[in-house]
Design a binder for this molecule. Structure first.
Ligand code: 4AD
Ligand code: MG
Length: 511
């Protein structure tokens, strides 16, 4: 059923040569020689709307004059096809009505720092790039549900208030549950296991919480996790599923979010590879050798590759610095009009930001390399180790069979060599790193009890979980995908904070 009597920008293609009524906000406005150009946004898209002062008449002209950035309005007009315009259509305005005049909008066109933008997240969400990211996020969520529903998984929810730690005790948010201490869930997995014993194949999809007191590009205190759990699955089946699942999600997003990925200027090469290429599966021991530079991949050495990257970055930096000098010379020459001067100044600002990013890499990479060379067997991979490893591959990789000491208590030990557990991490390419963590679960009651004791966890709160091994224990496996991590990778953004509508991280509770 259609409720609205007006049209949406996303529907303009069906109305070429016809009148439409649009409702939205002023995204940009400029005028030149009796014409006013408004880029209207209405949630469904962006479209240029042109007001010809001579044709539109006095009343429309007066209304147009009042419009400030982000003012809301409704308008009617004729739709014309115009490939050059944003979205491919333009609306020639006949009538226009102001709904509300906006005060001076704090987020103007110039470059703002991330802190300012996060402070204004409630408004920042309206900007084009953020609009595109949120639409991709929505599509990813839809693709996830559709994949699991098609494959006969039930979505069932785990509680948020819990009595037990899942992923270590250092990142727990403690809260008060009717005078009893409780934690906000770090993961729905343990409940997922109970549900898998009742329904076979399930997935949970909900918010999870980690009290990490650090501000990194890829950690949030509150993030969404998708956690499938499957009875009668082993590690290999788990890895098959993870790969097929990611391929399907990426494929769906590429098919349905072309416009958004274009807005984000996303290079699609690696995403395409993720759909078509088989994900390499790397034993932890081999990952260690590759990171240390002791084992090559297709003739490529990790240490050498990153050293070459540093040399390339230095060349790039020199070129950018040269460009700044050239533009400054032009500005100071006195031969430019004000508009051209502003244009060059904006360009210089953008280049300076690029140089800042290069500098960050130029400081980081040598440190990463130093620590990579010293990487010791038995350690967890840090973000920089993941970057070094994935740099040698052009699609996601799966690292499996981890040392027991770095992984959670519930992972099944490898019967062939008890130093290892049957865990797997999926690392996204292009420096994004871990997006999935999963494992076959320990199904032996005695081993599990031993592991819980060894971790120093309180046994009482795990009694219900141990029942799953007392009553018809079976091999089973599952994994957790961090929603914001995959949003980050698919959209190609640098900060996980942009991957969720209202991010929560150390020091940020508003807006
Ligand atoms: O690797 P993790 O800690 O695994 C688990 O929680 C398992 N219980 C999952 C399972 O087997 N059912 O977390 C899983 C994923 C990570 O790979 C990462 O993508 C994401 O959750 N993640 C975070 N995302 C954002 N901010 C954080 N602080 C995150 N911590 C983990
Ligand atoms: Mg993990």
């Amino acid at each position: 059923m259609r409720i609205e009597k007006f049209q949406y920008i996303s529907e303009l293609k069906n109305y070429v040569g016809q009148q439409v009524e649009l409702k939205g906000w002023v995204s940009t406005k400029r005028d030149s020689k009796g014409l006013v150009f408004i880029v209207l946004r209405d949630g469904s898209g962006f479209a240029q709307c042109v007001i010809d002062i001579n044709k539109a008449g006095e009343a429309v002209f007066e209304e147009t004059k009042r419009l400030t950035l982000e003012s809301s309005l409704s308008l009617t007009g004729n739709v014309v096809q115009d490939e050059k315009q944003i979205g491919g259509y333009e609306v020639q305005v006949a009538t226009l009505q102001v709904i509300s005049i906006a005060s001076e909008y704090p987020i103007a066109k110039k470059e703002h720092g991330i802190d300012f933008l996060i402070e204004n997240r409630h408004l920042w969400l309206r900007s084009k790039k953020q609009w595109a990211i949120m639409r991709v996020r929505n599509k990813i969520i839809f693709a996830i549900h559709s994949y699991f529903q098609k494959n006969n998984f039930l979505q069932l929810d785990a509680p948020i208030f819990t009595g037990n730690a899942v992923e270590g005790t250092t990142t727990l948010f403690e809260t008060d549950f009717f005078s009893k201490p409780a934690y906000l869930s770090q993961s729905g997995q343990l409940y997922g296991e109970a549900l898998a014993m009742a329904h076979g194949k399930i997935y949970t999809f909900g918010p999870t919480f980690r009290a990490e007191k650090s501000k990194t590009r890829r950690h949030l205190s509150e993030f969404w996790m998708i956690e499938p759990e499957m009875a009668f699955y082993d590690l290999d089946m788990n890895m098959e599923l993870i790969e097929d699942f990611i391929k399907n999600v990426v494929n769906d997003v590429m098919a349905d979010c072309k416009e958004e990925l274009e807005v984000l200027e996303r290079d699609l090469t690696y995403l395409q590879n993720a759909v078509t290429k088989k994900f390499p599966r790397i034993h932890y021991d081999d990952a260690v050798k590759i990171i240390r530079g002791e084992k090559d991949v297709d003739g490529k050495n990790s240490i050498k590759t990153l050293e070459d990257d540093v040399a390339d970055l230095k060349t790039k930096k020199t070129l950018l610095e040269k460009e700044i000098t050239e533009r400054e010379t032009k500005i100071n020459s006195g031969a430019l009009k004000q508009g051209e001067i502003n244009f060059n100044r904006n360009k210089i600002d953008t280049i300076k930001n690029e140089i800042k990013e290069l500098d960050e890499k130029l400081t980081n990479i040598p440190q990463w390399l130093a620590s990579a060379k010293k990487f010791e067997w038995g350690g967890d991979l840090g973000a920089s180790d993941e970057t070094i490893l994935t740099r040698l591959f052009d699609c996601p990789v799966m690292v499996y069979n981890w040392p027991a000491q770095v992984k959670a208590f519930y992972m099944k030990r490898d019967p062939k060599d008890e130093r290892y557990v049957k865990g797997v991490d999926v690392l996204a390419p292009e420096g994004y790193g871990e997006i999935v963590g999963g494992a076959e679960r320990e199904d032996n009651l005695d081993f599990l009890i031993e592991r819980i004791k060894h971790e120093g966890l309180p046994m009482e709160v795990f009694e219900w979980y141990l029942d799953l091994r007392r009553f018809g224990s079976v091999p089973h496996a599952g994994f957790g995908l961090g929603l914001e991590r995959i949003v980050m990778w698919i959209t190609g953004i640098q900060h996980i904070r942009e991957a969720i509508p209202f991010p929560r991280f150390y020091g940020r509770l508003e807006p």
